[in-house]
Design a protein around this ligand. Structure first.
Ligand SMILES: [Zn+2]
Length: 89
């Protein structure tokens, strides 16, 4: 499935949201990818594009509700949405 996304480099939103996660450099909301720095490695792009596909599958609220639930119940490393995105890297 072909998807399109808007990439925001040097994003203050991303810097703020990920301030406590120096290992994470991008966050995706819907079809917008917010990046901490001025470039995004291709494997991170593939990961974030997979999150865009997940948003298309579940809808904005459906994705965020699932993501929040998995983070609370399983944590980041066991979040199935992250596993799915990692397989796309
Ligand atoms: Zn991810």
């Amino acid at each position: 499935m072909s998807v399109s996304a808007q990439v925001h480099l040097n994003s203050a939103f991303a810097r703020g949201l990920l301030a406590r996660r120096p290992d994470v450099i991008a966050v995706t909301i819907g079809a917008r990818i917010f990046v901490v720095g001025d470039m995004i490695p291709s494997w991170v792009m593939r990961h974030e594009i997979q999150h865009v596909r997940q948003y298309l599958r579940y809808g904005l609220f459906g994705f965020l509700a699932r993501y929040a639930w998995y983070m609370i119940s399983a944590g980041y490393s066991r979040n199935p949405l992250e596993h799915d995105a990692e397989e796309a890297e």
